[in-house]
Design a protein around this ligand. Sequence first.
Ligand SMILES: NC(=O)C1=CN([C@@H]2O[C@H](COP(=O)(O)OP(=O)(O)OC[C@H]3O[C@@H](n4cnc5c(N)ncnc54)[C@H](OP(=O)(O)O)[C@@H]3O)[C@@H](O)[C@H]2O)C=CC1
Ligand SMILES: CC(=O)[C@@H](O)[C@H](O)COP(=O)(O)O
Ligand SMILES: [Mn+2]
Length: 392
Amino acid sequence: MHRQRVCVLGSTGSIGVNTLDVLSRHPERYEVVALSAMSRVDDLLAQCLQWKPLFAVMPGQEPAARLRERLREAGCRTQVLDGADKLADIAAHPDVDTVMAAIVGAAGLAPAIAAARAGKRLLLANKEAIVVGGALFMQAVAEGGATLLPIDSEHSAIFQCLPEDRATWHDRIDHIVLTASGGPFRSRDPATLADVTPDQACAHPNWVMGRKISVDSATMMNKALEVIEARWLFNLAPEQIRVLIHPQSIIHSMVVCRDQSVLAQLGTPDMRVPIAYGLSFPERITSGASRLDLMTTPSLSFEEADATRFPGLHLSWQALRAPEGSTTVLNAANEVAVDAFLQGRLRFDRIHAVNSQCLADVQPGDCSSIEALLALDAQARSAAQRRVQAWI
Ligand SMILES: NC(=O)C1=CN([C@@H]2O[C@H](COP(=O)(O)OP(=O)(O)OC[C@H]3O[C@@H](n4cnc5c(N)ncnc54)[C@H](OP(=O)(O)O)[C@@H]3O)[C@@H](O)[C@H]2O)C=CC1
Ligand SMILES: CC(=O)[C@@H](O)[C@H](O)COP(=O)(O)O
Ligand SMILES: [Mn+2]
Protein backbone atom coordinates (compact mmCIF):
# COMPACT_ATOMS: atom_id res chain seq x y z
CA MET A 1 0.00 0.00 0.00
CA HIS A 2 1.30 3.47 -0.92
CA ARG A 3 1.88 5.40 2.28
CA GLN A 4 0.34 8.88 2.47
CA ARG A 5 3.19 11.41 2.48
CA VAL A 6 2.31 14.04 5.06
CA CYS A 7 3.50 17.62 5.53
CA VAL A 8 2.68 19.06 8.96
CA LEU A 9 2.74 22.87 8.92
CA GLY A 10 2.96 24.13 12.49
CA SER A 11 4.23 20.77 13.75
CA THR A 12 5.46 22.12 17.10
CA GLY A 13 2.04 23.47 18.11
CA SER A 14 -0.83 21.77 19.85
CA ILE A 15 -2.45 20.48 16.62
CA GLY A 16 0.93 19.62 15.14
CA VAL A 17 1.94 17.49 18.13
CA ASN A 18 -1.46 15.76 18.19
CA THR A 19 -1.13 15.06 14.47
CA LEU A 20 2.28 13.44 14.94
CA ASP A 21 0.82 11.39 17.78
CA VAL A 22 -1.89 9.98 15.48
CA LEU A 23 0.64 9.40 12.68
CA SER A 24 2.93 7.51 15.08
CA ARG A 25 0.13 4.98 15.64
CA HIS A 26 -0.06 4.11 11.93
CA PRO A 27 3.45 3.87 10.44
CA GLU A 28 2.19 1.48 7.77
CA ARG A 29 -0.19 4.16 6.38
CA TYR A 30 1.71 7.43 6.72
CA GLU A 31 5.18 8.88 6.41
CA VAL A 32 6.19 12.40 7.38
CA VAL A 33 7.99 14.26 4.60
CA ALA A 34 7.93 17.87 5.86
CA LEU A 35 7.60 19.72 9.16
CA SER A 36 7.57 23.42 10.03
CA ALA A 37 7.81 25.73 13.02
CA MET A 38 8.35 29.40 13.77
CA SER A 39 10.57 29.69 16.85
CA ARG A 40 10.76 26.41 18.80
CA VAL A 41 14.05 25.11 17.38
CA ASP A 42 14.55 22.43 20.05
CA ASP A 43 11.10 20.97 19.50
CA LEU A 44 11.49 20.91 15.73
CA LEU A 45 14.94 19.36 16.10
CA ALA A 46 13.52 16.53 18.23
CA GLN A 47 10.73 15.98 15.68
CA CYS A 48 13.21 15.88 12.80
CA LEU A 49 15.40 13.36 14.63
CA GLN A 50 12.36 11.16 15.24
CA TRP A 51 10.66 11.46 11.84
CA LYS A 52 13.60 12.16 9.52
CA PRO A 53 11.52 14.23 7.07
CA LEU A 54 12.93 15.35 3.74
CA PHE A 55 12.31 19.00 4.66
CA ALA A 56 11.99 21.22 7.72
CA VAL A 57 10.89 24.83 7.21
CA MET A 58 11.53 27.75 9.54
CA PRO A 59 10.57 31.17 8.15
CA GLY A 60 13.29 33.04 10.09
CA GLN A 61 16.91 32.78 8.90
CA GLU A 62 18.43 32.73 12.39
CA PRO A 63 16.36 29.87 13.87
CA ALA A 64 16.69 27.98 10.58
CA ALA A 65 20.48 28.30 10.74
CA ARG A 66 20.49 26.98 14.32
CA LEU A 67 18.32 24.04 13.34
CA ARG A 68 20.52 23.30 10.31
CA GLU A 69 23.63 23.25 12.47
CA ARG A 70 22.10 21.02 15.15
CA LEU A 71 20.82 18.56 12.54
CA ARG A 72 24.23 18.45 10.89
CA GLU A 73 25.86 17.70 14.26
CA ALA A 74 23.36 14.90 14.80
CA GLY A 75 24.01 13.44 11.34
CA CYS A 76 20.40 13.99 10.22
CA ARG A 77 19.97 14.68 6.49
CA THR A 78 16.73 16.68 6.68
CA GLN A 79 17.05 19.75 4.45
CA VAL A 80 16.26 22.99 6.32
CA LEU A 81 14.55 25.72 4.29
CA ASP A 82 14.12 29.31 5.45
CA GLY A 83 11.84 32.10 4.26
CA ALA A 84 8.07 32.33 4.72
CA ASP A 85 7.58 31.60 1.01
CA LYS A 86 9.04 28.11 1.54
CA LEU A 87 5.93 27.16 3.54
CA ALA A 88 3.85 27.48 0.37
CA ASP A 89 6.53 25.70 -1.70
CA ILE A 90 6.54 22.75 0.66
CA ALA A 91 2.74 22.62 0.86
CA ALA A 92 2.59 22.27 -2.92
CA HIS A 93 5.62 19.96 -3.24
CA PRO A 94 5.16 16.94 -5.54
CA ASP A 95 6.46 14.59 -2.79
CA VAL A 96 3.58 15.65 -0.50
CA ASP A 97 0.11 14.03 -0.64
CA THR A 98 -1.45 15.47 2.51
CA VAL A 99 -0.99 18.82 4.21
CA MET A 100 -1.98 19.44 7.80
CA ALA A 101 -2.50 23.23 7.94
CA ALA A 102 -1.84 23.91 11.63
CA ILE A 103 -0.07 27.26 11.57
CA VAL A 104 -1.87 29.80 13.74
CA GLY A 105 -3.21 32.99 12.18
CA ALA A 106 -3.25 34.61 8.74
CA ALA A 107 0.39 33.52 8.32
CA GLY A 108 -1.07 30.18 7.24
CA LEU A 109 -3.11 31.63 4.35
CA ALA A 110 -0.57 31.38 1.52
CA PRO A 111 0.58 27.82 2.34
CA ALA A 112 -3.00 26.59 2.72
CA ILE A 113 -4.00 28.11 -0.62
CA ALA A 114 -0.85 26.65 -2.21
CA ALA A 115 -1.84 23.18 -0.97
CA ALA A 116 -5.37 23.70 -2.28
CA ARG A 117 -4.18 24.84 -5.71
CA ALA A 118 -1.83 21.84 -5.89
CA GLY A 119 -4.77 19.49 -5.30
CA LYS A 120 -3.59 18.06 -1.98
CA ARG A 121 -5.62 16.39 0.72
CA LEU A 122 -5.85 19.51 2.87
CA LEU A 123 -6.55 19.06 6.57
CA LEU A 124 -7.62 22.50 7.74
CA ALA A 125 -7.06 23.34 11.40
CA ASN A 126 -5.88 26.89 10.65
CA LYS A 127 -9.35 28.49 10.69
CA GLU A 128 -7.92 31.99 10.21
CA ALA A 129 -6.82 30.97 6.69
CA ILE A 130 -10.39 30.35 5.54
CA VAL A 131 -11.73 33.37 7.46
CA VAL A 132 -9.18 35.59 5.68
CA GLY A 133 -9.32 33.77 2.35
CA GLY A 134 -13.10 33.34 2.02
CA ALA A 135 -14.20 32.97 -1.61
CA LEU A 136 -10.63 32.93 -2.92
CA PHE A 137 -9.79 30.03 -0.62
CA MET A 138 -12.79 27.98 -1.74
CA GLN A 139 -12.06 28.79 -5.37
CA ALA A 140 -8.50 27.45 -4.92
CA VAL A 141 -9.90 24.22 -3.48
CA ALA A 142 -12.34 23.80 -6.37
CA GLU A 143 -9.89 24.70 -9.14
CA GLY A 144 -7.05 22.66 -7.63
CA GLY A 145 -9.26 19.62 -7.11
CA ALA A 146 -8.13 19.46 -3.47
CA THR A 147 -9.86 17.31 -0.86
CA LEU A 148 -10.65 19.76 1.93
CA LEU A 149 -11.25 18.13 5.31
CA PRO A 150 -12.11 20.20 8.36
CA ILE A 151 -10.09 19.56 11.52
CA ASP A 152 -11.72 22.13 13.80
CA SER A 153 -13.74 19.86 16.10
CA GLU A 154 -17.12 21.51 15.38
CA HIS A 155 -16.63 21.47 11.62
CA SER A 156 -15.37 17.91 11.65
CA ALA A 157 -18.54 17.06 13.59
CA ILE A 158 -20.76 18.77 11.00
CA PHE A 159 -18.83 17.08 8.19
CA GLN A 160 -19.31 13.69 9.85
CA CYS A 161 -23.07 14.32 10.17
CA LEU A 162 -23.63 15.41 6.59
CA PRO A 163 -25.03 12.98 4.03
CA GLU A 164 -22.40 11.17 1.96
CA ASP A 165 -23.84 12.60 -1.23
CA ARG A 166 -22.22 15.99 -0.69
CA ALA A 167 -23.76 17.45 -3.85
CA THR A 168 -27.29 17.35 -2.47
CA TRP A 169 -26.83 18.20 1.19
CA HIS A 170 -28.35 21.66 0.83
CA ASP A 171 -31.73 20.19 -0.04
CA ARG A 172 -31.77 18.33 3.25
CA ILE A 173 -30.43 20.80 5.78
CA ASP A 174 -32.30 23.49 7.69
CA HIS A 175 -29.42 24.82 9.79
CA ILE A 176 -26.39 23.81 11.80
CA VAL A 177 -25.66 24.35 15.49
CA LEU A 178 -22.05 24.97 16.50
CA THR A 179 -21.52 24.11 20.14
CA ALA A 180 -19.32 26.33 22.30
CA SER A 181 -17.90 25.57 25.74
CA GLY A 182 -18.23 29.17 26.93
CA GLY A 183 -14.55 29.12 27.90
CA PRO A 184 -13.05 29.86 31.30
CA PHE A 185 -15.23 32.93 31.98
CA ARG A 186 -18.63 31.46 31.17
CA SER A 187 -19.99 32.14 34.64
CA ARG A 188 -17.60 34.85 35.86
CA ASP A 189 -19.09 38.25 36.69
CA PRO A 190 -18.60 40.29 33.44
CA ALA A 191 -17.78 43.35 35.57
CA THR A 192 -14.55 41.61 36.67
CA LEU A 193 -13.29 40.75 33.17
CA ALA A 194 -11.08 43.86 33.08
CA ASP A 195 -8.66 42.19 35.46
CA VAL A 196 -8.14 38.79 33.92
CA THR A 197 -4.57 37.70 33.17
CA PRO A 198 -3.32 35.87 30.07
CA ASP A 199 -2.82 32.67 32.08
CA GLN A 200 -6.40 32.83 33.37
CA ALA A 201 -7.72 33.41 29.85
CA CYS A 202 -5.67 30.49 28.49
CA ALA A 203 -6.94 28.03 31.13
CA HIS A 204 -9.59 26.42 28.93
CA PRO A 205 -11.95 24.12 30.86
CA ASN A 206 -11.93 21.26 28.31
CA TRP A 207 -9.15 21.62 25.74
CA VAL A 208 -5.38 22.14 25.87
CA MET A 209 -4.60 24.45 22.95
CA GLY A 210 -2.22 27.19 21.80
CA ARG A 211 -2.48 30.54 23.54
CA LYS A 212 -4.09 32.48 20.69
CA ILE A 213 -7.04 30.13 20.21
CA SER A 214 -7.37 29.81 24.00
CA VAL A 215 -7.89 33.56 24.34
CA ASP A 216 -10.33 33.41 21.43
CA SER A 217 -12.32 30.77 23.30
CA ALA A 218 -12.40 33.02 26.37
CA THR A 219 -13.85 35.95 24.36
CA MET A 220 -15.89 33.60 22.13
CA MET A 221 -14.17 35.15 19.13
CA ASN A 222 -13.17 31.55 18.45
CA LYS A 223 -16.84 30.78 17.83
CA ALA A 224 -17.18 33.93 15.73
CA LEU A 225 -14.31 32.71 13.54
CA GLU A 226 -15.95 29.27 13.43
CA VAL A 227 -19.26 30.75 12.20
CA ILE A 228 -17.36 32.34 9.31
CA GLU A 229 -15.41 29.10 8.76
CA ALA A 230 -18.70 27.14 8.57
CA ARG A 231 -20.18 29.61 6.12
CA TRP A 232 -17.38 28.83 3.65
CA LEU A 233 -16.78 25.16 4.37
CA PHE A 234 -20.43 24.19 3.98
CA ASN A 235 -21.66 27.02 1.73
CA LEU A 236 -24.33 28.10 4.21
CA ALA A 237 -26.16 31.40 4.56
CA PRO A 238 -25.20 33.26 7.77
CA GLU A 239 -28.69 32.71 9.20
CA GLN A 240 -28.28 28.94 8.81
CA ILE A 241 -25.50 28.95 11.41
CA ARG A 242 -26.42 29.04 15.10
CA VAL A 243 -24.34 28.80 18.26
CA LEU A 244 -25.27 27.12 21.53
CA ILE A 245 -23.21 26.95 24.69
CA HIS A 246 -22.60 23.38 25.81
CA PRO A 247 -20.09 23.53 28.69
CA GLN A 248 -19.06 19.85 28.63
CA SER A 249 -17.75 19.82 25.00
CA ILE A 250 -19.10 16.30 24.43
CA ILE A 251 -21.49 17.13 21.59
CA HIS A 252 -19.13 18.68 19.08
CA SER A 253 -21.87 20.17 16.87
CA MET A 254 -25.19 19.30 15.23
CA VAL A 255 -26.97 19.35 11.88
CA VAL A 256 -30.71 20.10 11.91
CA CYS A 257 -32.37 18.56 8.84
CA ARG A 258 -35.40 19.86 6.95
CA ASP A 259 -37.61 17.26 8.68
CA GLN A 260 -36.26 18.43 12.11
CA SER A 261 -34.21 15.30 12.61
CA VAL A 262 -31.07 16.38 14.49
CA LEU A 263 -27.74 14.67 13.78
CA ALA A 264 -24.94 15.16 16.27
CA GLN A 265 -21.38 13.91 16.68
CA LEU A 266 -20.21 13.11 20.21
CA GLY A 267 -16.92 12.11 21.78
CA THR A 268 -14.45 12.92 24.51
CA PRO A 269 -12.82 16.31 23.86
CA ASP A 270 -9.64 15.13 22.13
CA MET A 271 -8.39 16.68 18.88
CA ARG A 272 -6.87 13.37 17.81
CA VAL A 273 -10.39 12.26 16.81
CA PRO A 274 -10.96 14.90 14.08
CA ILE A 275 -7.29 14.63 13.09
CA ALA A 276 -7.55 10.85 12.65
CA TYR A 277 -10.77 11.28 10.67
CA GLY A 278 -9.16 13.85 8.37
CA LEU A 279 -6.16 11.60 7.80
CA SER A 280 -8.16 8.46 7.10
CA PHE A 281 -11.41 9.75 5.50
CA PRO A 282 -13.51 8.00 4.25
CA GLU A 283 -12.07 5.19 6.38
CA ARG A 284 -11.59 5.30 10.15
CA ILE A 285 -8.42 4.57 12.10
CA THR A 286 -7.65 4.49 15.81
CA SER A 287 -6.88 7.91 17.24
CA GLY A 288 -5.63 7.24 20.77
CA ALA A 289 -8.64 9.05 22.29
CA SER A 290 -10.35 7.48 25.27
CA ARG A 291 -13.82 6.00 24.96
CA LEU A 292 -16.81 8.21 25.76
CA ASP A 293 -18.50 6.66 28.79
CA LEU A 294 -21.93 8.28 29.05
CA MET A 295 -22.51 6.64 32.45
CA THR A 296 -19.67 8.64 34.03
CA THR A 297 -20.00 11.78 31.88
CA PRO A 298 -21.46 14.81 33.66
CA SER A 299 -24.99 15.68 32.50
CA LEU A 300 -25.05 17.46 29.18
CA SER A 301 -26.34 21.01 29.49
CA PHE A 302 -26.99 23.94 27.15
CA GLU A 303 -27.22 27.73 27.45
CA GLU A 304 -27.72 30.71 25.17
CA ALA A 305 -24.58 32.80 24.67
CA ASP A 306 -24.96 36.02 26.67
CA ALA A 307 -24.28 39.01 24.36
CA THR A 308 -23.13 41.20 27.28
CA ARG A 309 -20.52 38.72 28.36
CA PHE A 310 -19.55 37.68 24.81
CA PRO A 311 -20.12 40.71 22.54
CA GLY A 312 -17.55 39.44 20.02
CA LEU A 313 -19.62 36.46 18.93
CA HIS A 314 -22.03 38.57 16.90
CA LEU A 315 -19.26 40.27 14.94
CA SER A 316 -19.16 37.13 12.78
CA TRP A 317 -22.66 37.62 11.36
CA GLN A 318 -22.03 41.37 11.09
CA ALA A 319 -18.83 40.78 9.08
CA LEU A 320 -20.45 38.12 6.89
CA ARG A 321 -23.24 40.54 5.93
CA ALA A 322 -20.81 43.41 5.30
CA PRO A 323 -18.80 43.81 2.05
CA GLU A 324 -16.41 41.00 1.12
CA GLY A 325 -13.12 41.40 2.97
CA SER A 326 -14.78 42.39 6.25
CA THR A 327 -13.94 38.97 7.71
CA THR A 328 -10.29 39.56 6.74
CA VAL A 329 -10.41 42.87 8.63
CA LEU A 330 -12.06 41.28 11.67
CA ASN A 331 -9.49 38.49 11.81
CA ALA A 332 -6.54 40.88 11.53
CA ALA A 333 -7.91 43.14 14.27
CA ASN A 334 -8.45 40.17 16.53
CA GLU A 335 -4.93 38.81 15.97
CA VAL A 336 -3.48 42.20 16.91
CA ALA A 337 -5.77 42.62 19.93
CA VAL A 338 -5.11 39.10 21.27
CA ASP A 339 -1.38 39.54 20.83
CA ALA A 340 -1.53 42.86 22.70
CA PHE A 341 -3.53 41.20 25.49
CA LEU A 342 -1.05 38.30 25.74
CA GLN A 343 1.79 40.83 25.97
CA GLY A 344 0.03 42.75 28.74
CA ARG A 345 -0.63 45.82 26.56
CA LEU A 346 -4.43 45.56 26.31
CA ARG A 347 -7.11 44.70 28.83
CA PHE A 348 -9.04 41.52 28.13
CA ASP A 349 -12.38 43.33 28.00
CA ARG A 350 -11.04 45.73 25.34
CA ILE A 351 -10.31 43.06 22.74
CA HIS A 352 -13.89 43.40 21.54
CA ALA A 353 -13.65 47.20 21.34
CA VAL A 354 -10.56 46.98 19.09
CA ASN A 355 -12.27 44.41 16.86
CA SER A 356 -15.51 46.32 16.40
CA GLN A 357 -13.74 49.69 15.98
CA CYS A 358 -11.46 48.21 13.35
CA LEU A 359 -14.42 46.79 11.41
CA ALA A 360 -15.81 50.32 11.26
CA ASP A 361 -12.42 51.94 10.48
CA VAL A 362 -11.33 49.82 7.52
CA GLN A 363 -13.29 49.64 4.28
CA PRO A 364 -12.34 46.48 2.40
CA GLY A 365 -11.45 46.69 -1.29
CA ASP A 366 -10.00 44.14 -3.68
CA CYS A 367 -10.12 40.53 -2.39
CA SER A 368 -9.29 38.77 -5.63
CA SER A 369 -5.76 37.54 -4.87
CA ILE A 370 -3.59 36.47 -1.96
CA GLU A 371 -1.58 39.68 -2.36
CA ALA A 372 -4.75 41.81 -2.17
CA LEU A 373 -5.96 39.96 0.92
CA LEU A 374 -2.59 40.29 2.63
CA ALA A 375 -2.57 44.02 1.83
CA LEU A 376 -6.01 44.36 3.42
CA ASP A 377 -4.79 42.29 6.37
CA ALA A 378 -1.81 44.65 6.78
CA GLN A 379 -4.05 47.74 6.56
CA ALA A 380 -6.38 46.31 9.21
CA ARG A 381 -3.43 45.45 11.46
CA SER A 382 -2.21 49.05 11.32
CA ALA A 383 -5.69 50.31 12.19
CA ALA A 384 -5.92 47.83 15.06
CA GLN A 385 -2.50 48.84 16.40
CA ARG A 386 -3.70 52.45 16.47
CA ARG A 387 -6.81 51.41 18.39
CA VAL A 388 -4.71 49.40 20.86
CA GLN A 389 -2.44 52.44 21.39
CA ALA A 390 -5.46 54.62 22.03
CA TRP A 391 -6.58 52.30 24.83
CA ILE A 392 -3.18 52.37 26.61
N1 LIG B 1 -5.21 23.55 19.45
C1 LIG B 1 -6.42 23.08 19.12
O1 LIG B 1 -6.93 22.15 19.78
C2 LIG B 1 -7.16 23.64 17.96
C3 LIG B 1 -6.56 24.53 17.08
N2 LIG B 1 -7.24 24.98 15.99
C4 LIG B 1 -6.57 25.91 15.08
O2 LIG B 1 -5.36 25.32 14.63
C5 LIG B 1 -4.36 26.32 14.44
C6 LIG B 1 -3.15 25.97 15.32
O3 LIG B 1 -3.53 26.05 16.66
P1 LIG B 1 -2.59 25.55 17.84
O4 LIG B 1 -1.92 24.28 17.43
O5 LIG B 1 -3.40 25.57 19.06
O6 LIG B 1 -1.51 26.72 17.89
P2 LIG B 1 -0.06 26.71 18.54
O7 LIG B 1 0.24 28.10 18.91
O8 LIG B 1 0.03 25.65 19.57
O9 LIG B 1 0.88 26.27 17.31
C7 LIG B 1 1.06 27.10 16.20
C8 LIG B 1 2.10 26.53 15.26
O10 LIG B 1 2.33 27.45 14.20
C9 LIG B 1 3.70 27.91 14.20
N3 LIG B 1 3.67 29.33 13.89
C10 LIG B 1 3.30 30.36 14.69
N4 LIG B 1 3.36 31.52 14.05
C11 LIG B 1 3.79 31.23 12.79
C12 LIG B 1 4.09 32.03 11.65
N5 LIG B 1 3.95 33.37 11.66
N6 LIG B 1 4.54 31.41 10.54
C13 LIG B 1 4.69 30.07 10.51
N7 LIG B 1 4.44 29.26 11.56
C14 LIG B 1 3.98 29.84 12.69
C15 LIG B 1 4.19 27.61 15.60
O11 LIG B 1 5.61 27.48 15.63
P3 LIG B 1 6.42 27.60 17.06
O12 LIG B 1 5.94 26.46 17.88
O13 LIG B 1 7.84 27.47 16.69
O14 LIG B 1 6.04 28.93 17.62
C16 LIG B 1 3.46 26.30 15.88
O15 LIG B 1 4.11 25.24 15.23
C17 LIG B 1 -5.02 27.65 14.82
O16 LIG B 1 -5.50 28.28 13.67
C18 LIG B 1 -6.18 27.24 15.71
O17 LIG B 1 -7.25 28.15 15.66
C19 LIG B 1 -8.50 24.58 15.70
C20 LIG B 1 -9.15 23.73 16.55
C21 LIG B 1 -8.54 23.20 17.74
C1 LIG C 1 -11.10 22.01 19.99
C2 LIG C 1 -11.68 23.05 19.15
O1 LIG C 1 -12.20 22.80 18.10
C3 LIG C 1 -11.66 24.43 19.65
O2 LIG C 1 -11.93 25.36 18.61
C4 LIG C 1 -12.74 24.48 20.69
O3 LIG C 1 -13.94 24.59 20.01
C5 LIG C 1 -12.54 25.59 21.64
O4 LIG C 1 -13.58 25.61 22.53
P1 LIG C 1 -14.69 26.74 22.59
O5 LIG C 1 -15.97 26.06 22.26
O6 LIG C 1 -14.58 27.17 24.01
O7 LIG C 1 -14.33 27.82 21.63
MN1 LIG D 1 -13.33 24.52 17.39
